[in-house]
Design a binder for this molecule. Structure first.
Ligand SMILES: NC(N)=O
Length: 636
């Protein structure tokens, strides 16, 4: 990252008391857990949804509708990191930062609609994508991809907790270790009680609350007496410009898309986010949990709805931070923010406190808490599913019954939360913060992207090619990342490895080199996989209810592989769903070319500097977009 290395030891007093920190982190978490117990009981009574049945706990009987899928996609993708980082990159690079954050988060979610619908067609009874790898390629490939998937979930989770804990600590003064270890507690409780349905329901509530708080903060900023309006914000940025000449931006301007650092960040974010989504089993679980007709509209609406949140929040709050940093209302006044404060994600809380005082602090505290809990819940259930289906049921107890599997999935939830909180604490003590993980995460999360996609889409990719390309890709990415840090900065340290160029080259090498390796190996020694073989193995778990009891509760079907399926858990995929596959492909091409290429790149090429009128139009567009998407995801 090209941050000026500024430091100053003045500690900024927390705007809220420690009690508020504990109240939110512990009490709100417990309230969610209690609420979830009530909802789970209600669902069991009214809809016969029993979380003691593993198909319900893990994939919600594969019957979740479009609205919940869309809000769950937005919510599980709306990392606390995203809320903090979209403001951070606007502060660093100007208007391009917030835009690239939104644009770098949408195409992979929309593309996932395609992948999800193909998976549901080819292997409708799956719970995790790793089951698919095992059935196609066997044990070695299964272990390699399981390792890569867990690494991905771990790094994502650490990245989220690092940012959220730093912000909660600044806002309330509670010790950083307290927030690091207490944040996962409430999540574990309600996830244990509610299973994946809990994550869908809380995701809905979280998305709604976060969207309302974003509207509150951005409105409060634009109407603050030191800002006044969009024009006022523009004037503030123009006035502050001489203190913020950005290296690599056209004329150093904060108001241009022609930002070299901005586009490097855009590439890092786009590629590493493909890794974060494709290698995260929670997106596959959500696709498996959705009814076939809900996958595509759910992911497409969710992907597009997401774009407006970091774009608008990042642009308005990031520009306000630049405009107000030298004003007495800014918490760090008379000094500017240190590079550590910036990379810890404190730009958003500082500017929120500047424009809205304690109200702003409460809004950021709640937003961060809502974001971290919903995303953590998704991560926890993803790793729990790997632990249960890809470890316990595969290698320890092949004949595990429903009760065993539920017990192990609960154990997985607790273990993963504890390990990730422990590792976050270790990272913290090692001097690593959210900014560092934000930039380098793709190096470790991307090597499996192409081998995994081709496992689902290309019947010529062989087991050898999948395994070798992923492992060699990880080696290539790590080598390029560390080698570039050494070559450019003469040392391999936390500081040099967190810089933009080593992270960009490392991430791109991690993601693309496996494509080259796997295509070459598969052309030399091709596989010729028959997709029908995916359905040879029965993956659906029968529940433990006696036949007589089930007869009373739900109509019984016999699956073609002998399993007893309730009406709710029947896995259906008819040919009309091919239509959805086509739509998904069209939308994913549109999302990439529309949002990432055709819109921003001509603005980059033309070296355009935003005029006041265009700034007015842009900010109005983002506010309307955000309001519309909040409404859309809330009501469907
Ligand atoms: N959603 C992300 N990757 O910020």
């Amino acid at each position: 990252m090209s941050l000026l290395l500024r430091s100053d030891d003045t500690i900024i007093p927390s705007p809220l008391p420690q009690g508020a920190g504990y109240a939110v982190v512990v009490a709100v978490g417990l309230i969610f857990a209690l609420g979830m117990i009530g909802i789970t009981r209600l669902l069991k009574k009214t809809l016969n949804e029993d979380n003691a049945n593993v198909e319900t706990f893990m994939v919600a009987n594969r019957s979740v509708g479009t609205g919940l899928v869309a809000s769950a996609v937005v919510s599980s993708w709306l990392w606390s990191t995203a809320l903090l980082s979209c403001v951070l990159v606007t502060y660093l690079y100007g208007v391009s930062g917030g835009f690239w954050y939104g644009a770098g988060c949408t195409p992979m979610i929309v593309f996932f609609a395609y992948l999800g619908v193909v998976c549901k067609k080819r292997i409708p009874e799956a719970h995790t994508v790793l089951e698919i790898v095992r059935i196609r390629y066997g044990t070695v490939a299964h272990l390699v991809f399981t390792f890569l998937a867990v690494v991905n979930n771990l790094f994502n989770t650490i990245n989220m907790i690092l940012g959220a804990a730093a912000v909660i600590t600044f806002l309330t003064g509670i010790h950083i270790m307290a927030s690091t270890f207490l944040l996962p507690v409430g999540v574990v409780l309600y996830t244990l009680v509610g299973g994946i349905k809990a994550t869908f329901l809380t995701d809905y509530i979280h998305t709604f609350v976060i969207a309302i708080l974003c509207c509150y903060l951005t409105t409060k900023t634009l109407t603050h007496h030191d800002v006044g309006s969009i024009d006022g914000l523009y004037d503030l940025v123009v006035k502050a410009q001489p203190s913020y000449e950005v290296d690599g931006n056209y004329q150093g301007s904060l108001l241009t898309m022609n930002s070299q650092q901005g586009i490097f960040f855009a590439i890092i974010l786009l590629v590493s986010n493909f890794g974060a989504v494709i290698m995260d089993t929670s997106y596959f679980i959500k696709a498996f949990a959705a009814s076939p007709k809900a996958v595509v509209p759910g992911y497409v609406v969710g992907g597009f709805a997401y774009f407006s949140i970091p774009w608008s929040l990042g642009t308005i709050m990031g520009l306000a931070a630049l405009g107000l940093e030298s004003s007495p209302i800014f918490p760090t006044y008379p000094r500017t923010m240190t590079s550590l404060e910036v990379t810890n994600g404190l730009v958003l809380p500082y500017v929120a406190v500047a424009v809205a005082g304690k109200g702003g602090a409460v809004a950021v505290l709640l937003m961060t808490f809502m974001a971290i809990t919903s995303t953590l819940s998704a991560q926890v259930i993803a790793v729990s599913s790997i632990f249960t289906f890809d470890f316990y049921r595969t290698y320890i107890n092949k004949n595990a019954d429903n009760k065993d599997v539920i017990r192990w999935s609960h154990l997985g939830v607790v273990l993963f939360a504890a390990i990730s909180a422990g590792l976050t604490a270790a990272f913290n003590y090692g001097g690593i913060n959210m900014g560092w993980t934000l930039y380098m995460i793709g190096v470790v999360t991307c090597p499996g992207i192409f081998p995994l996609i081709l496992t689902i889409l290309w019947n010529k990719q062989s087991a050898l090619a999948a395994v070798v390309s992923a492992v060699a890709g990880l080696g290539t990415g790590l080598g390029v990342w560390l080698g570039t840090a050494q070559a450019l900065f003469g040392e391999v340290t936390v500081d040099s490895t967190g810089q933009t160029l080593p992270c960009m080259y490392g991430t791109v090498a991690s993601a693309l080199s496996p494509l080259l390796y796997t295509v070459i190996l598969s052309l030399i020694w091709p596989d010729n996989y028959d997709w029908a073989r995916f359905t040879d193995e029965k993956l659906l778990l029968d529940n433990d209810t006696s036949a007589e009891e089930s007869e009373r509760e739900a109509p019984i079907r016999r699956s073609n592989k002998g399993g007893v399926l309730s009406e709710a858990s029947e896995v259906v995929y008819d040919q009309t769903d091919l239509r959805w596959q086509r739509y998904a492909l069209i939308w994913s091409l549109f999302s990439f070319f529309g949002i990432w290429v055709l819109w921003p790149l001509p603005m980059y090429g033309s070296k355009y500097i935003f005029s006041k009128v265009i700034m007015d139009c842009s900010v109005t567009h983002m506010v309307v977009d955000k309001s519309f998407h909040t409404w859309l995801v809330s009501i469907i």
